[in-house]
Design a protein. Structure first.
Length: 199
């Protein structure tokens, strides 16, 4: 996004900032995916190994600019301290109107998480990156409702969520954020960590 000059466009890498989930937390979240899959909803479910908490989506970033992004993230998380988080209820976003995303909400130190995420957004905004979301809602995305879903299929997804039993997820300590690259794969994307930023 930032690099320029020359006749050849710099290679763009699709990057986002996230908090990783420990294996036990991913498994707990994915158990509800397995339950909902049996309802045959018009939803594209995430794979267990891809579950995470997205903090900021940067989009295409030139390789030459990654060092500056890393510097910004290092400053944004400095002094945050570990965040005690846990999985909350399954929900739909947005909460009203046709559902677009099925999520597990987060509970615990979410106020401090929001503050840290705001620092991340401010520093990246100064570099020219704009976040697509007007308000950050801490969550783990479980699946995305098909854009071609009918109103009836949207209602079916909402009703399936309302029937899920309460499932308090395990608690964990988040002690770093990661810069992740999204790469094309066979039939889906795959994620690889570019750099970690302890706090």
């Amino acid at each position: 996004m930032l690099a320029g000059g020359g006749d050849t466009a710099p290679r763009q890498r699709r990057l986002f900032v996230a908090i990783e989930l420990p294996p036990a937390v991913r498994l707990a979240a994915f158990r509800q995916v397995a339950t909902l899959e049996r309802a045959r909803l018009a939803v594209r479910w995430e794979r267990e190994e891809k579950l995470h908490v997205t903090l900021f989506f940067l989009g295409g970033v030139a390789s030459a600019d990654i060092a500056r992004v890393s510097h910004a993230l290092t400053g944004a998380v400095a002094g945050t301290g570990a965040l005690r988080l846990r999985l909350g209820h399954a929900a739909r976003l947005p909460p009203f109107g046709p559902p677009r995303v099925i999520v597990r909400e987060l509970e615990g130190d979410t106020a401090r998480l929001r503050q840290m995420r705001e620092r991340v957004a401010q520093r990246l905004d100064l570099m020219g990156f704009r976040d697509e979301r007007s308000q950050f809602q801490p969550h783990v995305t479980l699946g995305r409702v098909d854009r071609r879903a009918t109103p009836a299929e949207g209602r079916a997804a909402s009703e399936a969520l309302s029937r899920l039993p309460a499932d308090a997820g395990p608690e964990w300590l988040a002690e770093r954020i990661v810069l992740v690259e999204s790469l094309p794969g066979e039939g889906t994307t795959r994620y690889t960590t570019v750099e970690s930023f302890p706090f």
